[in-house]
Write a protein that binds this ligand. Structure first.
Ligand code: GDP
Ligand code: MG
Length: 177
């Protein structure tokens, strides 16, 4: 913890949204602490985690919010979205329904968040390729139509997790600087 005196230039709030069990908490654990736990419990209590990084010689603190078991439709409160400049819209690529629900989540996000919010569609669990239920092309098409970034990730294998968050953070930085 040598960063006590670190000057923070920017704090960017990012929200994680999507159905329960798609891997939101594990994506956050992987990005913020490089951890993964197989028996991840439903998130209770902890509201966000932070990770500080440098973009273009500026110190950026990413404050990443995770839903605390409020994934039921419309259960996420507006306080959760307030001030968010980025969002990870996560589905499980082995669960078609979690992808079909992206439309709702996007609608809810757009209804609550800033209109310039940077959004990444994330197809998680790419390590379970043989169980794939969502073709990459379907997700790509949706992302293109809705003007979202898109990546397939594995929190388990640490595939594309950092690139997904960094793309969002860098784009936010580009917009505000
Ligand atoms: P959340 O409800 O969206 O926060 O989902 P969790 O992060 O709690 O993960 C739900 C379940 O999926 C847990 O059993 C995780 O271990 C598992 N999981 C999360 N990410 C991955 C992944 O990338 N690959 C695989 N195979 N399992 C994952
Ligand atoms: Mg969770």
């Amino acid at each position: 913890y040598g960063d006590y005196n670190q000057k923070i230039d920017y704090v960017f709030k990012i929200v994680l949204i999507g159905d329960s069990a798609v891997g939101k908490s594990q994506l956050l654990a992987r990005f913020a602490r490089n951890e993964f736990s197989v028996e991840s419990k439903a998130t209770i209590g902890v509201e966000f985690q932070t990770k500080t990084l440098v973009i273009d010689n500026k110190t950026v603190k990413a404050q990443i919010w995770d839903t605390a078991g409020q994934e039921r439709y419309r259960a996420v409160t507006s306080a959760y979205y307030r001030g968010a400049v980025g969002a990870m819209l996560v589905y499980d690529m082995t669960k078609r329904q979690s992808f079909d629900h992206m439309t709702r989540w996007l609608e809810e996000l757009r209804g609550h968040a800033d209109k310039n919010i940077v959004i990444m569609l994330v197809g998680n669990k790419s390590d379970l390729g043989s169980l794939r239920a969502v073709p990459t092309e379907d997700a790509q098409e949706f992302a293109q139509r809705e003007n979202l970034f898109f990546m397939e990730t594995s929190a388990l294998e640490a595939t594309n997790v950092e690139p997904a968050f960094l793309t969002v953070l860098t784009e936010i930085y580009r917009i505000i600087s």
